[in-house]
Design a protein around this ligand. Structure first.
Ligand code: CMP
Length: 140
């Protein structure tokens, strides 16, 4: 399997509860390398741009408010099959459906406040990484 990169976000519900280290440990235990990482505080407009694909969904405004409510940690994870592997480590979007041991099963509070985001495909991973990081910040 090819080495891939994927975009990860540790969301406000998790940064508020000081869970960055525990979540990063899950990634590293699964063999994902954190090759870039920064803590930022999004504006609602920036969150809206990032989640533009969900613009027509009923939860869009709530999602953008939440993502701008506290700092987030944006990251690039690298590893073999990193996109699918990260989605396995995160667990299902709704923590009620997330498999035991996954990040969302252990830490998420609701479908909206679900602790982490991860890219869902190679094309979105490339676009999402470019949204937050310049080439100079990706040292591998
Ligand atoms: P994420 O993987 O970041 O991608 C889109 C986000 O929308 C998702 O995680 C959830 O946090 C959020 N989301 C999805 N469904 C709902 C919902 N029914 N209500 C609120 N937020 C939702």
């Amino acid at each position: 399997m090819a080495t891939e990169r994927t975009l990860s976000i540790i969301k406000p519900d998790a940064t508020r509860r000081n869970l960055t280290g525990k979540i990063n440990a899950k990634f590293e235990e699964a063999g994902l390398r954190i090759i870039a990482q920064k803590r930022i505080h999004l504006t609602k407009a920036q969150a809206g741009k990032f989640y533009e694909v969900h613009k027509e969904r009923p939860f869009y405004d709530e999602l953008c408010e939440f993502m701008a409510s506290a700092p987030v940690v944006v990251q690039v994870l690298e590893g073999e099959g990193a996109i699918v592997k990260n989605r396995e480590v995160m667990g299902a979007t709704n923590p009620a459906d997330a498999a035991p041991g996954t990040i969302r099963a252990e830490f998420a509070q609701s479908v909206g406040e679900n602790s982490v985001h991860g890219s869902d495909a190679p094309e979105t991973a490339a676009a999402e990484i470019a949204f937050y990081f310049s080439g100079l910040e990706l040292v591998g």
